[in-house]
Design a protein around this ligand. Structure first.
Ligand code: HEM
Length: 157
């Protein structure tokens, strides 16, 4: 397939911009708070947490650098998971609830967007699991990840 990358919107734009990510994470943490397995992990979270994670994902998906500019970027995100010793069961629950919420709030459900979306979530949740372990020594200097469409981009002619 030939595509002109300049015509291809970012994942951030395709999803509906900052407002779409905020809607997603506000609804997600409502589900999380009622979940017996992962709810307790977030019992004392900052009320701004859904907004912070929305800004994170928006930036990763090609939106503005809001998380880097206002929240300490990649190093801060890593630091919030350190020592939490997350389990695979908890990781999978977080992932499953986010996919359910994406359907609930009407995030685009085309195959191209959803494959990129779950690709990032598979990677990101597994990274969170790894660097939450007690003996983990993550590299705090790593840059902010940037995620794109992968091999299948929307057809723009
Ligand atoms: C793609 C995967 C993930 C992303 C993008 C992500 C993103 C974030 C970000 C940006 C923060 C820091 C927010 C801030 O204060 O600025 C955070 C904190 C946190 N995350 Fe994650 N996370 C992911 C996976 C997970 C998973 C799988 C779990 C647990 C099952 C988890 C549990 C937590 C907890 C407990 C905090 C601290 C909340 C608090 O402030 O008390 N995260 N996450």
């Amino acid at each position: 397939m030939t595509t002109n990358d300049e015509n291809v919107p970012t994942l951030f734009e395709w999803a509906g911009g900052a407002e779409a990510f905020e809607r997603l994470f506000q609804a997600f943490y409502q589900r999380v708070s009622k979940d017996e397995l992962i709810g307790p992990l977030f019992a004392h979270m900052d009320p701004g947490h859904p907004r912070f994670v929305a800004a994170w994902l928006g930036e990763v998906f090609g939106g503005p650098a809001t998380y880097s500019e206002t929240r300490g970027g990649h190093a801060h995100m890593i630091s919030r998971h350190l020592g939490k010793a997350l389990t695979e069961e908890q990781r999978r629950r977080w992932f499953n609830l986010l996919i359910d919420t994406a359907d609930e709030v009407g995030l685009p459900n085309d195959p191209e967007f959803r494959s990129a979306f779950v690709g990032y979530l598979e990677w990101g949740t597994r990274m969170a699991l790894v660097f939450s372990q007690p003996d983990a020594k993550p590299n705090m200097a790593e840059p902010m990840p940037k995620w794109g469409w992968g091999e299948v981009k929307p057809w723009t002619g």
